[in-house]
Design a protein. Structure first.
Length: 82
């Protein structure tokens, strides 16, 4: 009996990462952070007047890197399927 999921996704050879594994890895590498607490703590420790000033730019930077990773995955998946 054939699994319903196997009709949609072709079998991946042993030792090769699937598309889903690659997307998960890229999302983890892009490291989306909601509040960069370590940097805020360091800035506070070293006497910054406004240690939380980096929160907005940090969220924007991690969001852009995550978006770039997702776009890269989708483009590469589309090129491979074409």
């Amino acid at each position: 009996m054939q699994n319903a999921g196997s009709r949609r996704y072709p079998a991946v050879p042993k030792g090769v990462a699937s598309d889903e594994m690659c997307v998960f890895l890229i999302l983890n590498i892009s490291s989306l952070q909601l509040i960069p607490m370590n940097v805020v703590a360091y800035r506070s420790q070293y006497g910054s007047v406004n240690p939380t000033a980096i929160v907005g730019p940090a969220i924007l930077a991690t969001a852009v890197s995550t978006l770039a990773g997702v776009i890269y995955c989708k483009v590469m998946d589309g090129m491979r399927r074409a």
